[in-house]
Design a protein around this ligand. Structure first.
Ligand code: C2E
Ligand code: CA
Ligand code: CA
Length: 736
């Protein structure tokens, strides 16, 4: 996976994980607050119910008390028997009735005698509201903590009295559970000051707290909380709140009672208990989220792994050469371009091809060819470093992109490749390579394609017969290539336009007194009048095959001109035309030339065909046949540039050659002038023995001419007598 898509994938995964987390937090938060609200409502309801039951309970006490007071108000305050009788009627097990004559302080009870109420207490009782409830007090008559409801009344004789119905706090606790939520929450009855009046006696209930506000005011709680609650209580509002006590959070709800003197039912429960359910849901949700995330991660990983595998498969097909296992050209372009964009300058591209691979393929078969290619790939793999990039372009062409420190490193690497190739897997059938090298620093202006082109250019420039099989690209090569491209583009048109003309360089007798012949030399005359010398375009035309057309064109022109002169009965001499070795491979070459010769009715032995010495390297039998044929058609045949290569006269002896043209290298000044003259003389002698004529080429100086004295050389073609001249000039000289 590419870095970019990989990071996108990671970012997306992180984002979706965050998304799931946030969503689950929002969800659990929602659940939490919902459950919280519900729990608070539940507790408030429980509290409300408790309060209601308690109120009703106390209402009943008021009712019986009122009945009791009604009975008493029908008797005289002095009628103790009647008072006692009424008391006994109302007597029951859980409560006790009690009556005081507020004028005298005399008091009566339903089950015991009680002493006269003291003056202070009497005044106190007189000052009390007409009816009400007393906060829990210690009942000295019964010996238990009790609460009581009281009511003022008037005896039949107008005396003031007070009745009270007292019940033990225990009986209230017994009547009301005061605990809920599985005994984890408890209710208390408090007054406005927060004092606990009645509490649950369950073992789990907090029995130490005396005042609600003592708890609320403890550290960890909002300072305003207790005053807020107090205010709510004083306004007789019910509500819920939260406080922190001894390391735990509590919820409490408060509901004002109808009966009771600013009494409130308060329920307290640890938040944890309330939130237990919520926490369970949250816990499960979290687990589910984590599970989903793990599942997604696993799915994502499997998908990623699968697509990476798939991608690798496709990449392998698209980017790897099936045969050699090297990269394919396309992949080289991608990776190479990426490498170049890094801006490194110490990079070189090597273009490597196997010499004569096509021939090898033809002779040894494709399987053998494949083995050679695989071996070549192995060599490249072996010499490559991890950062190097190699590929097979196609056929037998390979590329290698390397990093180097010094130029010598590259030379060493090339030598290494050459050595490995030459010490190849098959000692019987060795093969060679040609390597073109382009340094990035020599081609800064271009991209990967341009660099490969330049490496290829350098590779093409490596001469097949050279001892050095590698070459660096340089600017001159490129210029030459551009020029070649331009020429190639315009050559056909130029031939049609008659831009190609020929000049004739005369061949003189040794003493320069007579013109014995001439050589037609082609020129490219551009429309602007500029001349391009054959040295610039002939090699290109030999490579692209256009030389065949051009040679035939020159040959035809020469025939045409000779024909005209013959018709006009003007003076003529044998004219030689150059024939590139490329013709030897084209079919019916001799026949074609002969047909033209016949067409212009050129007599035999008037036209000489110059074939370069290099043809002697070809198959002698074939050359023999062609020369024989040309001779048969009435052409003179000469070997051009003789001595510039490696051939000896010996190679010539079996060929039907009429003329040998000694290359100018024979006449170049050198240290061994004397030796040279000896060789020259013996060569000319041998040629004579083979009945061949000898032409000395490139003679410029008198000293060179001097060398030819007494050698028997037949003709001299050189600047010393004449440069190539335009046709008219040549014939004018001839006429003279
Ligand atoms: P070449 O066939 O060896 O032709 C002789 C070349 O030597 C000519 O060069 C000529 O100008 C030059 N030359 C003659 N005398 C002297 C001298 O005293 N000193 C020096 N330095 N040079 C001398 P040119 O015309 O530039 O042609 C170069 C080559 O191009 C020819 O070498 C020939 O191989 C090739 N060529 C010319 N015309 C044709 C053609 O029509 N067809 C083919 N295939 N090749 C041609
Ligand atoms: Ca020639
Ligand atoms: Ca020549």
């Amino acid at each position: 996976m590419k870095m970019k898509t990989k990071s996108v994938f990671i970012v997306l995964s992180i984002l979706s994980a965050i998304g799931i987390l946030v969503a689950s937090f929002i969800f659990t938060d929602g659940v939490k607050s919902l459950l919280w609200d519900k729990s608070v409502t539940d507790i408030l309801e429980v509290t409300e119910q408790g309060k209601h039951a308690l109120d009703t309970f106390i209402d009943k006490d008021y009712d019986t008390l009122h009945l009791f007071a009604g009975e008493l108000s029908g008797v005289e305050s002095t009628d103790k028997d009647s008072i006692q009788r009424i008391l006994n009627v109302f007597d029951d097990e859980t409560t006790s009735f009690y009556c005081v004559n507020l004028d005298t302080g005399e008091s009566y009870s339903d089950n015991m005698d009680i002493p006269i109420v003291g003056e202070e207490r009497r005044q106190e009782l007189l000052g009390m509201r007409s009816d009400g409830i007393r906060e829990p007090f210690y009942d000295s008559y019964t010996g238990v903590r009790s609460i009581g409801v009281y009511e003022h009344f008037t005896f039949a004789d107008g005396t003031h009295g007070l009745v009270q119905k007292t019940r033990s706090v225990k009986s209230i606790r017994d009547h009301f559970t005061l605990s809920f939520y599985n005994n984890t929450g408890f209710s208390y009855i408090i007054n406005l000051d927060g004092d606990v009046l009645i509490r649950s006696l369950h073992k789990n209930s907090n029995r130490t707290i005396q005042n609600l506000f003592d708890m609320i005011n403890m550290e960890g709680n909002n300072k305003a909380l207790s005053s807020d609650v107090k205010e709510q209580l004083s306004l007789k509002h019910s509500g819920a709140s939260q406080f922190f006590y001894k390391g735990e959070d509590y919820i409490f709800t408060y509901v004002p009672m109808e009966n009771g003197d600013n009494w409130y039912v308060v329920s307290i429960i640890p938040s944890q208990v309330v939130m237990k359910q919520a926490n369970t849901i949250i816990d499960r949700t979290m687990r589910l989220c984590i599970f989903i995330m793990i599942c997604l991660a696993v799915l994502g990983y499997v998908y990623h792994w699968n697509s990476a595998k798939q991608k690798k498969k496709i990449e392998k097909l698209a980017f790897y050469d099936q045969l050699t296992g090297l990269y394919r050209y396309e992949k080289f372009l991608i990776d190479g371009e990426a490498r170049l964009s890094g801006g490194d300058m110490d990079i070189a591209v090597l273009y490597i091809d196997i010499l004569g691979f096509k021939l090898l393929n033809d002779i040894e078969g494709y399987n053998y060819g494949d083995t050679v290619l695989k071996y070549m790939a192995d060599v490249l793999r072996q010499i490559s470093h991890s950062k190097d990039i190699s590929c097979r372009i196609s056929g037998d062409d390979f590329l290698l992109m390397i990093e180097y420190k010094k130029r010598e490193d590259i030379l060493e690497l090339c030598q290494n490749i050459i050595n490995q190739v030459e010490s190849g897997f098959d000692q019987e059938k060795k093969f060679k390579v040609r390597i073109g090298i382009c340094l990035i620093e020599d081609a800064k202006e271009t991209n990967i394609n341009g660099i490969i082109d330049r490496a290829k250019m350098a590779q093409t420039g490596v001469k097949e017969d050279s001892s050095i099989s590698y070459q660096f690209y340089n600017k001159t090569m490129r210029e030459a290539l551009l020029r070649d491209a331009q020429m190639e583009q315009s050559m056909v048109q130029a031939l049609d336009n008659g831009e190609f003309i020929y000049m004739i360089q005369p061949k003189y007798s040794l003493d320069g007194s007579k013109i014995l012949g001439g050589e037609a030399l082609v020129r490219w005359q551009k429309p602007d009048g500029q001349f391009i010398s054959p040295g610039e375009f002939i090699p290109l035309f030999e490579r692209n095959g256009f030389i065949r057309q051009l040679d035939e064109y020159v040959f035809t022109k020469v025939c045409e001109d000779l024909h005209e002169r013959i018709q006009k009965k003007q003076k003529i001499v044998p004219i030689s035309v150059n024939v590139s070795r490329v013709h030897l491979y084209s079919e019916n070459f001799a026949e074609r030339y002969n047909r033209i010769k016949d067409m212009y009715e050129i007599p035999d032995n008037l036209i000489e065909l110059e074939l370069t010495e290099s043809i002697l390297l070809e198959n002698t039998k074939e050359i023999f046949n062609i020369l024989e044929q040309l001779k048969k058609y009435g052409f003179l045949c000469s070997i051009d540039d003789f001595g510039s290569g490696y051939s000896s006269l010996n190679t010539l002896k079996d060929l039907p050659v009429d003329i040998v043209k000694l290359d100018k290298v024979f006449f170049d000044q050198s240290d061994h002038q004397d030796r040279k003259i000896v060789i020259l003389k013996s060569m000319i002698d041998m040629a004579k023995q083979l009945y061949m004529k000898v032409v000395a080429e490139g003679i410029e100086e008198d000293e060179q001419l001097e060398m030819l004295k007494n050698t028997g050389c037949d003709m001299v073609q050189g600047f010393i007598y004449s440069k190539p001249c335009i046709i008219d000039d040549f014939y004018q000289h001839l006429e003279k």
